[in-house]
Design a protein. Structure first.
Lengths: 256, 316, 339
């Protein structure tokens, strides 16, 4: 099992504020890892460092040994990291179908010139993309909504669509930013099954940021705990559950 | 020695021009500060200020004997200045009202809407003001009445400074001092500053955002009107499109100083005024208008926050 | 060959047909309407191309007239200096082959030069957002105009005469068809969905592997190319160009059409272009009828007063225009402030 993602002593400072400090993390192929911590701990900041939205002030982000520091977000996605967002960021003017189709731009072989000449190769690729988009939508039971404006979808479906859209970029690592936010207990159970399904079917690693302990403890093999930008614990769920530092950081918060 | 005089001369010219830009730039920057919105129509308030003066002056011409004096003397100075001052203050009041009305009618309904809407509306307002003025008062330039005697200031040797330039510089200093007082020492000034930092917190703390915004527009418009009057004393030809070029140069000045930053706008105005004067002095008069655009492009590419501005991050 | 390419060919053939059979007839008997038809065509090209940038990609450009100017002056200079060469090679100034070749080459030159300018302006500017981009594009438009104003070789403020009034219905509407084809084919492809994602949510688009800056530049360059073409058509129609004809107001003209049509709807924009080209003429005619009191005649004839009121009212009541879905506006509803 090779190391897929490695964060080596990553620190990020915004002016005088150190948001994340000397953070180390490693994810292997096919692992499902959780990242938890109280509000404002820096979890989304870690995501943003991995995806290139922010550049680490110190430290390195490595994907399969390759340094990601300095790359732009779209380039990092090209290397195989995809994400979803805390507040759903779907393409609001596009249909469900087009939201997923847009992600195929990344590996498009026939670009703007071909769109104009509309030759055989272009038309074939478009047909192929359509096929694969529909396949993906079908797996997640969204194909019946294909022509619907994504904003009209129920909340849970929108979250699922965001995951499908990310998967369409053919990532090796999927980052999920609080996917269970705003869900009912039933929806959360379905989400847990979905995440495990995704990991197995697409053979990818998943890094999950979540507040809901039941979800995190339920599916993550290993968990990192962040507080005020510093890693305070790391290990399997049973160990984290009992760690006094973690309990203290979450004082007052129980499993929901 | 001659070179020094020459440089000083250009400096004065530049500061005089820059003062006008500064006064207009303040309006842009204050409105941007409280609303994050570039009021495209602001340059036309400057034009309206000049026209207001043009229309008001005849009403007081008899009382204040506009045009009757040839030079300033110790006896008549106070009298002349009060006449000119009255016209200027009235014009400022009128434009302040116009500014508040425009905000109320065209911008306020769009406050919750995306910024692009209101930007386009501002363009519409600007075009409307220009063309309405053109329609009612003709496109041809008009001669601004002489409010103060314009002659070279005596006792400065080879330095040629006009009384109008001196008036511009002195009036600007006075207005800037008053502005600083209002912004830093009054409650409403405090509200303006707070609003530019965090409008939500402001309304929670009991500030009536609408009133503060209206006040900001009134203040900015008044300053632009003052600029319109002052510049017309120096260069008495006014026309409905006169707000376009100075408007955009003042906007560049505001961006140069750091948009949203009040001292920055004044600083930016002075720099642009001096740069423009220099460009002409060096021998490239055809580029006097282009220099402001060149400055704009350079700033936006290399330091968009301007000299004194702050960076604002989008939260992802 | 694909269906859409066939439709393009067909449309172009139709244009040739109309031009071949109807051109002289229309031009001589309906000169006034002929003028309007050409103007409509030019405006459609300008608006459709700007729509790619402002509407589909959600970038607010206010300098389109600058690229039109480049195209106009480029094709004018080209024709003035190099047409005799073309005529020499292809059978003289009366030969239709020669004149059409001259038009084609000078228009192509205009478009390419404008596209290069679009690239030069776009690459540094398109990293800016919203208001700032608007001002910078406005600035570049003005710089181009001022530069032309100060270039003696291009006639400076005197203006430039253009050799050869080659513009006819074929060239105009052929270009219209081409422009619409390019914009629609680009947008309605997987690649083209990229433009829309840039408009909807740049952060999410980047996260999905889309190089947003590249898309913005592509849109800008394509739009500039066609603005240049429109400029060439205009130059070879009026036979005379001045820098004043390409000022900020001209850019605003096009922006109004795009907004009225509904940013992001090509059909809407085409219709709006037709409407807004005809409107001033209609109003001018109306102003002189007995329905309108003399006092208001001037008001109706003043296109800009009406435009400005139209803009304000549109923004207050129906910002999505005739056919748009308002998406281009939603882009800036997420205020980029650290609240």
């Amino acid at each position: 099992m090779g190391s897929l993602l490695k964060l080596d002593n990553c620190t990020i400072r915004f002016g005088g504020l150190t948001a994340v400090s000397a953070f180390c993390m490693e994810i292997t192929n096919g692992e499902l890892v959780g990242l938890i911590g109280p509000n404002g701990a820096g979890k989304t900041t870690v995501f943003n460092m991995v995806t290139g939205v922010y550049q680490p002030t110190e430290g390195e982000v490595l994907l399969a040994g390759e340094r990601l520091n300095g790359l732009k977000p779209y380039a990092i996605t090209g290397k195989g990291i995809a994400r979803t967002f805390q507040n759903i960021r779907l393409f609001s003017s596009l249909t469900v179908f087009d939201n997923v189709r847009a992600s195929f731009n990344l590996r498009l072989k026939h670009g703007p010139i071909h769109a104009l000449t509309r030759g055989r190769a272009f038309l074939n690729e478009e047909a192929e993309i359509e096929k694969r988009t529909l396949e993906l939508l079908k797996i997640f039971n969204l194909d019946r909504f294909r022509e619907v404006m994504c904003k009209s979808l129920p909340y849970g479906d929108q979250r699922r669509l965001e995951i499908v859209r990310a998967l369409a970029t053919q990532p090796k690592l999927l980052l999920l930013d609080e996917p269970a936010a705003g869900m009912t207990p039933t929806e959360k159970s379905n989400l847990m099954k979905l995440i495990e399904f995704v990991r197995e079917t697409f053979d990818i690693s998943v890094l999950l940021v979540e507040h809901d302990m039941r979800v995190v403890m339920g599916i993550c093999k290993r968990i990192y705990v962040l507080d005020h930008g510093v890693k305070i614990a790391e290990g399997p769920p049973e160990k984290i559950r009992r760690d006094p530092k973690v309990i203290e950081a979450y004082l007052g918060e129980g499993p929901s | 020695m001659d070179k020094l005089i020459e440089m000083l001369q250009q400096l004065v010219n530049g500061v005089s021009l820059g003062s006008i830009y500064a006064l207009i730039a303040l309006g842009y920057t204050m409105v941007y500060g409280v609303l994050r919105f570039i009021n495209f129509a602001h340059g036309d308030i400057y034009m309206l200020g000049a026209y207001a003066g043009y229309l008001l002056a005849p009403l007081f011409a008899h009382t204040f004997k506009f045009g009757d004096f040839d030079t300033f003397t110790p006896e008549n100075t106070l009298f002349i200045l009060s006449g000119a001052g009255l016209v200027m203050i009235l014009s400022m009041a009128i434009c302040a009202t116009i500014g508040v009305l425009i905000e109320r009618i065209a911008y306020r309904p769009l406050r919750e809407r995306p910024r692009l809407n209101v930007l386009i509306t501002a363009i519409g307002v600007s075009l409307f003001l220009q063309n309405m003025t053109q329609y009612r008062l003709g496109a041809n330039p008009r001669a601004f009445p002489q409010l103060i005697p314009v002659h070279v200031v005596e006792g400065l040797g080879n330095l040629t400074i006009l009384t109008s330039q001196l008036a511009i510089i002195l009036a600007t200093i006075v207005l800037l001092i008053i502005l600083r007082f209002v912004v830093m020492r009054t409650k409403i000034g405090l509200a303006m500053r707070a609003l530019s930092l965090n409008p939500t917190a402001c309304s929670i703390m009991g500030v009536n955002n609408d009133v503060v915004i209206s006040f900001t527009f009134a203040l900015g418009s008044a300053l632009a009107a003052a600029a319109g009057i002052l510049v017309s004393m120096d260069s008495p030809s006014i026309n409905p499109l006169m707000g376009n070029l100075p408007g955009i140069k003042a906007f560049v000045a505001a961006v140069l100083g750091g948009i949203g930053n009040i001292p920055g706008a004044a600083l930016g105005g002075l720099i642009i005024g001096i740069l423009e004067t220099l460009v002409v002095a060096i021998g490239f008069p055809q580029w006097r208008d282009g220099i402001a655009f060149a400055v704009l492009i350079v700033i936006l590419l290399f330091k968009p926050t301007g000299i004194l501005g702050r960076v604002e991050r989008e939260k992802v | 060959m694909s269906r859409s390419l066939l439709s393009l060919m067909l449309a172009l053939v139709v244009c040739v047909g109309i031009s071949f059979f109807g051109e002289n007839f229309i031009a001589s008997n309906f000169a006034y309407y002929y003028d309007i038809l050409i103007s409509i065509g030019v405006n459609i090209i300008l608006a459709t191309s700007l729509n790619l940038v402002n509407g589909y990609t959600g970038q607010f450009s206010l300098g389109h007239a600058g690229f039109m100017a480049i195209g106009a002056y480029a094709s004018a200079s080209w024709s003035n200096h190099l047409d005799p060469v073309i005529f020499g090679m292809l059978g003289g100034s009366e030969s239709p082959v020669a004149t059409n070749a001259a038009m084609f080459i000078s228009t192509l030159f205009a478009g390419v030069l404008a596209a290069i300018a679009g690239f030069a302006v776009g690459v540094p500017s398109l990293r800016l957002k919203g208001d700032y981009l608007a001002i910078v594009t406005l600035g570049f438009g003005e710089i181009i105009r001022v530069a032309i104003l100060n270039t003696d070789f291009l006639g400076a403020s005197r203006g430039l005469s253009v050799a050869g009034t080659y513009t006819n219905l074929f060239w105009t509407y052929g270009s219209v068809v081409l422009c619409i084809y390019v914009v629609l084919s680009l947008v309605h492809s997987t690649y083209g969905r990229g433009f829309l994602t840039v408009r909807d949510d740049e952060v999410a688009a980047e996260a999905m592997g889309i190089n947003t800056t590249k898309y913005k530049v592509v849109a800008f360059v394509v739009a500039s190319f066609f603005a240049g073409v429109a400029g060439a058509l205009y130059a070879h129609f009026k036979a005379f160009v001045t820098p004043e004809g390409f000022n900020f107001f001209r850019s605003v003209d096009v922006v109004v059409i795009v907004i009225l049509g509904g940013m992001g709807s090509t059909i809407g924009v085409v219709l709006a272009a037709v409407l807004l080209t005809i409107l001033p003429e209609v109003l001018r005619a109306l102003a002189h009828t007995q329905f309108v009191p003399a006092a208001y005649q001037g008001l109706l004839e003043n296109r800009l007063i009406l435009y400005s009121l139209l803009l304000i009212i549109l923004m207050l009541t129906r910002p999505q225009g005739l056919f748009g879905d308002g998406t281009a506006f939603k882009k800036w509803s997420r205020r980029s402030r650290v609240d």
